[in-house]
Design a protein around this ligand. Sequence first.
Ligand code: ZN
Ligand code: ZN
Ligand code: FE
Length: 748
Amino acid sequence: MSQEAKILLITGIVQGVGFRPFIYKLAHEMGIKGWVNNSSQGVTIHAEGGNLDLFSERLRHEAPQRSRIQTYQINESHFKGYHTFEIAPSVAEHNAEVLISPDLATCDDCLVELENSKNPRYQYPLINCTNCGPRYTIIRDVPYDRVRTTLSDFPMCKFCTTEYQDPLNRRFHAEPVACPECGPKVELRDSNGEFVQGMGIEQLAQGAILAVKGLGGFHLVCDARSPEAVHRLRERKERGAKPFALMARSVAIAREEVDISPREEKLLKSPAAPIVICERRLKSSLPQEIAPGIHTLGVMLPYTPIHHLLMAGPFDFLVMTSANLSGQPLIYENEEAINGLKGIADYFLIHNRDIYHPCDDSVVQVIGEEAVFLRRARGYVPLPLQVATPVKTPLLGLGGELKNTFCMASGSRAFVSQYLGDMENYDNLERYYQELESFKRVVHIKPEALAYDHHPNYQLSQYARKQTLPKHAVQHHHAHLVSVLGEWNRTEPTLGIICDGTGFGADGRIWGFEVLYGNASGVARKGHLEYLPLPGGDAGSKHPLRMAYAYLKTLLTEEEWRVTEPFWTELSVQERKILDRQLLTGVQVFQTSSAGRLFDAVSGLLGICRKVTYEGQAAIELESSAFACKKGHKAAYPYEIKCENSQWILKVGEMFRAIMEDLYRGSQAGEIAYRFHITIAQAIVDLVLCGGNGPVVLSGGVFQNKLLTETVLDLCEEKGIEVLRSRMLPPGDGGISFGQILIANEVL
Ligand code: ZN
Ligand code: ZN
Ligand code: FE
């Protein structure tokens, strides 16, 4: 027998995905002796006494489906003469390289067991195995072992232990393994906290609203086919017009209501099981109130055994919306749910497997044949991104104010947190600080320097200033540009068109439609949308018609302005008085080049959205309105790009004049909205061509607009311009924390 021995060190997603059992089986099959263990570095194997080359070869090629090998090291070792191959206990070490798996949707094997009345886990609502179930959301620390998860309080019974210890079992070292005998329990309570029989299916069928504990937090659930239940939920949640997400029993059933492409189907069925934004079918019969005024529906498939059990009821679609009070963080604890959702939920389907990292559902939309994140959270976090220039000092990027994420990076890896909401809300900020601390343990990074948004008044800028660590303030749109470059591992200076809502500009104004050129080391502003007045700042942005008023009053001649009178009937005399005074004196008026505000103003002017009840509403409804007229007039409105002080300035006065003429003529709002999209898309491509012929980075929340983005992509393809877009992070503000750390890594 060969006296050769090798130590193999494997990093990546190799814990919680059935990696050790796989190694064990392979070693036994090939007659290899030694051991395997989990460490905070990853998986270590001592192998001897067999064909080690073939073993190593097969290991890499046959690794479990859910695992991802990042690095693979083989070193010579001393032959010890082992007689067996064992799974050795985990070793806790510093300098962790291990990657924690995101949470995984229930696998097919577990579903079969769930439905099999002879199986000990028949209808057990928390069934899981090495291929599925909770991961990130239950982990307190690494290495990933049961004692460091929220299952530490549930000693395994004999049956579970046997499976857990059997290398040939699907639950071999499945850390969250549980059964009705030993595991956490699910129970139904009424609004007084009293115990009720069943899972709540009958109650749902009668129109009740349930608070249901999922993987990352609670959902508010009702039968989506009941207009009364949907209406009640919307009223109780004080949600305005913000769309509700849906859970469909299957893809086939979802197809009755929305169009699903093969790409979308793959996303829906993936272990991450995100919400996928799909086009609503014309013959869709679900109540309009699920998603008022828009042409899409957010759909997902059941991803926990609880969901599957609920779907056994007489429902094909359930409304599944995050359980939080308007603008507040996601609720994830039982007590908090029962107290906080009083008056909203009629029943509570809870269990005592605690959630450690609250995590919202992820939301994606297929735009230009790529999945684009609108929100990145459950199912994706904490997967890392690779960093091209290694991070010397461990870094923390605090992120932006809205739709925040933070980012921690060390060495060649950057970890972006789950979506944490808007930081202007105090409770969200508290949740942010809580996650900041617990995330450090999961990714084993202790930041020694930090990067934050240049905006002087952001909550997190104030937090940053109080920290004693070395720090660097990053311009908002620079971070957007570099975030995308980072995803593509590009370091050379590149042109970027950044279209978003607001970001604090280097000149102290509010930027948002920017032509930038640069990389992590530096950036120059090459152009932008002309500055227009935003009365009342962020508060003003809730009133699209006021914005339209201010824009037109600034852009039109006095003569042209006089005939616009009929458009302002919905503004009160008082409102107009205030606006006129603000525009005259400039008090409380901010100059902005924001693309988001331009979409809002047009939406207000066309009467599509007059009052904003959720972020982005005016622009989203404008897109929906345009979408309905997609087959109409394809010509862009006129606009100008002027070179002023060696910057390209996009002027939109001519466009607004043409829009007014269409309105006087009685054109349909949707037709105008469609031509507006075409106009902006063409203007974007013209701005790109001002700087050469690419490549160009497209980033910012406005590129979550599918119609706009796909039009830009088509035009770029015609001109042969290479486009770089976000693939792993949202193009909106959820992606900027990654850009911040890349910039700080160059500058600090
Ligand atoms: Zn499973
Ligand atoms: Zn058990
Ligand atoms: Fe932004």
